[in-house]
Design a binder for this molecule. Sequence first.
Ligand code: PGA
Length: 262
Amino acid sequence: MVEENMRRKLIVGNWKMHGSTDQISQLLEEIESGSERLLEDIEICVCPTYLHLGLAFDLLASKSGAGRGQIKLGAQNVHVEPAGAFTGEVSAQMLAEYGVSYVIVGHSERRQFFAESDQFIAEKFRAAQACRLTPILCVGESLDQRQDNETERVVLNQLDAVIAAAGIAAMKEAVIAYEPVWAIGTGETATPAQAQQVHRTLREHLDRLDSVIAKAIRIIYGGSVNAANAKELFSQPDVDGGLVGGASLEAEEFISICKSTD
Ligand code: PGA
C-alpha cells in the first residue's frame, strides 16, 4: 500500500491563450511578490503562451536572488520532433533554452480541439523528457464517461498509453494531473472525495508497477480550482497540488490558492 507523504506540493497556473505583454508582466510581478515566502515549502509554476515565455523568463531572471526559491516556467504544449519543417510548432529543445521546467501534455483541450491521440501525447511526453523537461500528463473523463462509471477505465487507459511508450521508469520524472473534463472551466469542481478517489486509483495502479515511483509521484488536481475550494482539495492525502486555469489569471486568487497548501 502507498502511504507516507513526502511529496512537495505543486501549484501550476495554466494561463491558456490569455494575456498581453503588459498583463503578463503585471501578473507575474504580483505573483512573484505575493509568493516569495511560499516557495520555501511548495513549488509554483506558471504556463504562459509560447509567445510570452521569453518575457516571463526575462522577468523571473531579473528578480532571482541567491538561494531564493524560484517560480518555475511551464509550457502549454510541445512538438514531438526536435526540429524540422513543422510550421507553427515549437520543440522541447527550444523550450529548454527559455528556462522551461514543465510541459503540459494531454490536456483535454488539446485532446478535444486538436485531436491529439494517446499515442501522440505519449510521444510528446517522451520528447519533453529527452530535453529534461518534466511532463505534466493530464488525464480525465468526460461527463458521459463519469455517468457511465467509466472514470477509472478512462484515466488508467490514458496513463497506460504513456507507460507503454515510455516505460514505468519514466514516471519518476513526471507529474500527473487529474482533470475531469466536466470540471474544466465550468465552475463545477470534483468534490474532494471524488478527486481523492481517482488520485488514489492512479497511485495504486502505479504501485502495482513500481512502489517507489507511486509514493514519490505528484498527482495534482485540475478543474475549477479556486481560493474557496482549494484547501479541502489539497488536504486530501493523494492530492499533491493543483493545475489552475481561470483562477490563475488573478494574482490574488492564485496566491491564495498557493497558500491553501499548508
Ligand atoms: P480551470 O482550468 O481551472 O479554468 O477549470 C483548469 C485547466 O484546464 O487546467
